[in-house]
Design a protein around this ligand. Structure first.
Ligand SMILES: C[S@@+](CC[C@H](N)C(=O)[O-])C[C@H]1O[C@@H](n2cnc3c(N)ncnc32)[C@H](O)[C@@H]1O
Ligand code: SF4
Length: 387
């Protein structure tokens, strides 16, 4: 029978998704199978490396603490994590993703390289981790690797998430490796085409497998340890049984890590058919017929959110959202293509939003399903470099 451990039970998004992206312990102890080059050095945004980074973290901590006590927003620090969305367009049609279903009503466009440079030049030097995705498929943007190379000059740890359909030829895979991107999350939730396409509608599993093999081969040929190839498998009713098969497949393809992530529902009616019933594999409490789905919240800070004090989300039209759960940019706080960073980060609109959040987080619809403070986002992570 399929056995699931629940190691690596994680906390909230940034400590969950970020920890899970770049645990320095895991990466330091990891050794790439084939290459002789040293393991990639992670930049973990919550470990200060310089005095000014330490000061910024203290400022974030203090302003957050004071804000939580006085229930009024104070902002003394700057973000350490930035999300930039290269595009909101996608080639697939995942049924619980607003980009895939076409439910996103905000502008569906692509960022071009000049716009990316404008944004990057405004991002403060306190930012240490760049998450190059939000909604949509980043590799659909032709300038994507140029963007990565530009951001590399700023010495950021750069991560993206992809459905893996754009590097099925070796030359492209080599260019990706040469771009210097630190980590590539490849969404792959099915060990055979039939299971895979139940969620990744329009997807082609053999193309994704070929792409991952290419990346691994390119790293070996170029004798480079980066990017970390991080597979992400969303646990659903139909694919839970494939856990062992997926672990073998990941090893065979030359991946570095494989994480099992729990499903976010977004739309309850559609979500129900994918949500596992076994409580170990879901972030939601048992569903009732009458109440909206409730996530499994931690006891501390259950009604609070730290994210708006240390991260910022820039959509593909330059619009800034308070966080990545504002998927449709219903709460825009500015536009980084036309405004300065400070006028947005410390501006009136962002302040008002933080205030609303401090007043009552769960009266905001976008916060209902958010992962901040939620348990069981990831159930298990396999590190192939260790075994
Ligand atoms: C909207 S996607 C954009 C990036 C890229 N297109 C991809 O699929 O990896 C961002 C992340 O959300 C994940 N995702 C998609 N649907 C999800 C769901 N229902 N629950 C949890 N994560 C989901 C994807 O696997 C991906 O890691
Ligand atoms: S591949 Fe990513 S962006 Fe595209 S529909 Fe699926 S989850 Fe959404």
């Amino acid at each position: 029978m399929t056995q699931f451990k629940t190691q690596n039970k994680t906390a909230d998004f940034d400590r969950a998704e970020v920890n899970h992206l770049t645990s320095p312990r895991q990466i330091r102890s990891g050794k790439n199978k084939m290459t002789n080059s040293p393991p990639a050095k992670p930049i973990y945004p919550f470990f200060p490396r310089t005095f000014s980074q330490l000061v910024n973290l203290l400022k974030i901590g203090m302003s957050l603490g004071v804000s939580l006590v006085l229930r009024r927003p104070y902002i003394w620090g700057n973000p350490v994590i930035a999300h930039i969305e290269p595009t909101s367009l996608c080639n697939l049609h995942c049924p619980l993703c607003p980009s895939g279903t076409g439910e996103l009503t905000r502008q569906r466009t692509k960022l071009n390289f000049d716009q990316f440079k404008i944004i990057m030049d405004k991002i403060p030097p306190t930012v240490r981790m760049l998450l190059l995705w939000n909604q949509g498929e980043p590799f659909m943007v032709k300038d994507f690797l140029q963007m990565v190379s530009f951001a590399r000059q700023k010495k950021l740890y750069i991560v993206t998430s992809t459905n893996g359909h754009f590097f099925h030829n070796l030359e492209t895979a080599k260019k990706i490796v040469q771009s210097g991107i630190d980590e590539l999350i490849v969404s792959l939730d099915g060990a055979d085409q039939e299971s895979y396409q139940k969620y990744r509608i329009g997807g082609n599993l053999s193309r994704v497998i070929q792409g991952i093999k290419n990346l691994s081969a390119a790293k070996d040929q170029l004798n480079l340890n980066k990017p970390l190839i991080h597979l992400q498998f969303i646990l659903m009713k139909h694919n839970i049984v494939q856990r062992d098969q997926m672990i073998d497949l990941g090893r065979e393809m030359g991946a570095d890590k494989l994480s099992f992530k729990t499903l976010q529902m977004v739309n309850r009616q559609r979500g129900n058919q994918y949500l596992p019933e076994d409580q170990r594999f879901t972030r939601y409490r048992p569903l009732t017929d009458t109440e909206p789905p409730q996530t499994k919240k931690r006891r501390f800070f259950a009604n609070d959110c730290l994210r708006l004090w240390y991260s910022m989300v820039i959509n593909c039209d330059g619009q800034v959202s308070p966080c990545c759960f504002d998927k449709d940019a219903e709460f825009p706080v500015g536009n980084l293509l036309t405004q300065s960073f400070a006028s947005i980060w410390r501006g009136e609109q962002f302040r008002k939003f933080r205030r609303k959040l401090l007043d009552s987080r769960f009266e905001l619809e976008m916060c209902q399903d958010c992962t901040e403070g939620v348990q069981n986002l990831f159930t298990e992570t396999i590190d192939y470099r260790k075994n």
